[in-house]
Design a protein. Structure first.
Length: 454
């Protein structure tokens, strides 16, 4: 229907219009009307709009009015606005105004802004403001900023300011940075600074780093370095590492150290290890070693594992082992599992086995389950089984179910059995009910699970 109407309208618009008008009400008529809207508005906008208004209230009328308004606004914005405002007040008119504002955001943002201002407060007005800010900033970021500054405080203004951030930073990063600092402290300012840092870092990394270094300590500064860390460490890992060491002990230093170590560990693990090893004992050093080995393990997991094995026992080693396992298990889970199995029973194996299982079970639950079968009873096996069950409960409750029932800690076992049962009852109630009858769970808890709507 749509293609027939469109082709017909190209050669005989009145004939196509008459044919569409006599079609029975429904989706086919709506689609056919949509396909001739552009030609109709160009040829006779008044007739097109009169026809749309003559339709009974409903989806077809609303859809055609929206299309007509958007097309008419591109041809004659002021006339289109006058026509829309002549329509009866209500949701349909508001939706049409919002679509017109969005359509004019690039070609005539001042008119679009006036349309948005005529909308009542609410979601449609907020949507229009956000789209205008985005479109206007791409045409004239200065004018867009001036307009956004006039908006009343609220969600719409904050969303518009977020849209400005990237465009401002691309056009004039220093002005964007100054504007960011003029915002009240809080999430909006932190988000704005993060976007400015990212955009500025793509065009002038040295200037962006120098600006970030001068920011006052706090979440905004941390966000700026989080956004810059990838580019900085790719360009100058030693420089980023040296700056990280000048920062006061705390989350900002830890965050930058982590980013530097991971990137550097991927590119030059030996240099990164030498740097991490000379850091003073503490959280930053522990994070650095874990992140270096994580990056190293992406390309040479056995070499990273050999280095980690030689570290002295302690928190730094435990974190580094976990980092290697997380990477190694993605590509060679059997080799990673053999390494974990070689640890003696204790905290290290107990903490790393779940990391191994969670990654492995997602890709190959059968192989991961077979490895679990061979683990001796004890704390490591319990922790690994819990991880396996948690990993598979949502996607494959039938695989998680038998393992949940093997746990020896009653409180944990009962909790995981209930989680598996709830999910399995949603996907295969008969099978889940049969399984529930066999497990060691108090009868009142079973009945509560089987109660309709539970």
């Amino acid at each position: 229907m749509s293609s027939i109407a469109s082709q017909w309208a190209n050669t005989d618009l009145p004939g196509a219009v008459a044919w569409v008008q006599q079609l029975p009400e429904g989706q086919a008529r709506q689609n056919a009307s949509s396909s001739i809207t552009w030609q109709w508005v160009q040829a006779d906008p008044q007739a097109a709009m009169a026809y749309a208004q003559s339709l009974p209230a409903g989806q077809t009328r609303d859809g055609l009015l929206t299309q007509l308004g958007s097309q008419f606004a591109q041809e004659d914005p002021q006339a289109a606005l006058a026509w829309v405002q002549s329509l009866p007040a209500g949701q349909s008119r508001n939706q049409l105004l919002e679509r017109m504002a969005a359509g004019l955001a690039w070609s005539d943002p001042k008119t679009a802004a006036a349309i948005a201002a005529s909308l009542p407060p609410g979601q449609l007005r907020n949507q229009a403001i956000t789209q205008i800010a985005n479109g206007w900033a791409q045409v004239d970021v200065g004018q867009a900023t001036d307009w956004v500054n006039t908006l009343p405080e609220g969600p719409a203004k904050r969303d518009a300011q977020r849209n400005l951030a990237y465009h401002m930073a691309e056009n004039d990063p220093q002005s964007a940075a100054d504007y960011a600092l003029s915002l009240p402290a809080g999430r909006l300012q932190s988000d704005f600074i993060s976007r400015v840092a990212s955009a500025w870092g793509n065009t002038d990394l040295n200037a962006a780093v120098a600006w970030a270094q001068k920011l006052p300590d706090g979440q905004a500064k941390q966000n700026a370095f989080n956004s810059l860390s990838h580019q900085w460490t790719q360009t100058d890992s030693p420089g980023a590492a040296a700056y990280a060491q000048t920062l006061p002990v705390g989350e900002l230093q830890n965050s930058l150290v982590t980013a530097v170590a991971n990137q550097w560990g991927t590119a030059d693990p030996k240099a990164a290890i030498a740097w991490a090893n000379q850091l003073p004992e503490g959280e930053a050093r522990n994070r650095a070693l874990a992140s270096v080995t994580s990056g190293w393990a992406q390309s040479a997991p056995q070499d990273a594992a050999g280095f980690v094995s030689a570290l002295p026992d302690g928190d730094a080693k435990n974190r580094a082992v976990a980092a290697v396992i997380s990477q190694w298990a993605r590509n060679e889970p059997e080799a990673a599992a053999a390494w974990v199995a070689g640890f003696g029973e204790g905290k290290l194996r107990q903490e790393t086995a779940p990391n191994l299982v969670m990654g492995w079970a997602n890709d190959d639950p059968t192989a991961a389950g077979q490895w679990l079968q061979n683990l001796p009873a004890g704390a490591t096996r319990e922790a690994a089984v819990q991880a396996y069950v948690n990993c598979l409960t949502y996607a494959s409750p039938e695989l998680a179910a038998p393992w949940a029932a093997t746990l020896t800690n009653q409180a944990i076992r009962d909790s995981l059995i209930e989680n598996v049962a709830r999910r399995w009852l949603q996907s295969d109630r008969a099978a889940a009910t049969t399984w529930l009858a066999t497990v060691n769970l108090p009868d009142e808890r079973k009945q509560r699970l089987l109660k309709p709507g539970s």
